[in-house]
Design a binder for this molecule. Sequence first.
Ligand code: PLP
Length: 385
Amino acid sequence: MPLNSSSPATPVSPSPIPLLDLRAQLASYRTEALAAIERVVDAQEMIMGPEVGAFERALATYAGVGHALGMSSGTDALLAALMALDVGPGDEVVTTTFSFFATAGVIARLGARPVFTDIDPATFNATPEALRAAVTPRTKAVIPVHLFGQMADVATLSTTPGLPPVIEDSAQSLGARLDGRMTGQYGAMTCVSFFPSKNLGGFGDGGATLTNDPVLAEKLAILRVHGSKPKYFHHVVGGNFRLDTLQAAVLAVKLPHLDTWADARRRNAARYDALFVESGLVSRGLVVTPPTSARAHHVYNQYVIRVPDRDALARALGERGIGTAVYYPRPLHLQPCFAGLGYGPGDFPEAERACAEVLALPVYPELPSGALERVVSEIGRFYGL
Ligand SMILES: Cc1ncc(COP(=O)(O)O)c(C=O)c1O
C-alpha cells in the first residue's frame, strides 16, 4: 500500500504463537548442521558412520554415563532396553498409565503385560510407592516416565530393595536432574528420544539408550543390528534399531546448545508461573500451574497447566492464533488396544482427571517477547477476567 494512501487502516491481527517453532531455533546452528550433513553426504557412510560413535561419546559424557547407544527412535530405544532384559510372554512390566503410547506399546509388542499405576497429581509422574506396589514375582522391569521434562523419583525407586531393573523413560527429559544427578544415572537403562519436538531433536526420528552397565551396553549394541555378532551370525533375534549417520551428525551439532535451550525454557516457565499468579487466574482456581519438586531440575519439554473447560479454552486460543496441545487425552489403561488387560474407567482417577484438564502452552526457547503475556491475557479473557 502506498505511504500516502488514504484508505482506512485495516486492524493488524497479532502474529500467531505456535506451540513450537523449530525454524526459530534453526538460525543458531544452521550453518554448522548443513556443514555436518555435507560431510556425511560426501563420505557416503550413511549407516553407522563415524558420526554415530562420535555423537554417542558426546552424549555419554553429557549424561555422565558409561555408554550411550544410538537408536532409530525413542520407541526402539525402549524396545531394545526391554529386549536386553529378555522381556517376553508371561512377563509383566510396571509403568505409569499417563504417558505417550510408546511406553506401553513396546511392552505389549514383546508379548509381555503392561501393569499400570496412577500418577501423583502434583508432578504427573508415578510415585515410587505406586510403582513398587504393582510389582509381582512376574515383573521383569519397571519403567518410570519423566513426563514433560521433570524426573520421576527414580532416586527412591532405584534404592528400593527387591525391585527388578528400572528403565527410565526419559524421552522428554534429557538434561533433567533429580537431587543434582542427571537422568540416566539412576536406572539400569535410560531411553531418550530425538523426535524433532524434544529438547534435543533431530531432523527426523532418533533415540538412544544409556547405561552404565557394560554387559547391557554390549547386548544393546548387538540387538540394534538384528542380534548379529559377528556379522551374519545371530545368537539372539534383534531388530534394525540403528541411528542414522545423518541424524547423529545433526544431533552432535545441537547437543552443545541443549542446556542453554533448557535454561530459556525454564525462564519462560518461571515467567508463566508469575504471570498466572498476577492475573488472578491461580487464586480463582481457574489455572493450576505445573508444580515443580524442590529436588527437580525441570527442563520443560512441555509447560502443562490444568484448567476447567479445557477443550473450549484450547479452541478459543486456537482461534486467536495460539497453539496448544493435549498430552494426553486418554490414559493408557483405557486405550482400546489394551481392553483385554481388564482395566476400566475409575481405576486410576488422577490420571483420568489429568487427561480431562491438561493443556500444554508454548514454552519453546525462542518465544518472541510479549508472547507469554499474550497467552496469559488470552486465557484470562476466556475466563472473563
Ligand atoms: C514419554 C515418551 N516415551 C517414548 C516416546 C517415543 O519416542 P519416539 O517418538 O522417538 O519413538 C516418546 C515420544 O514422543 C515419549 O514422549
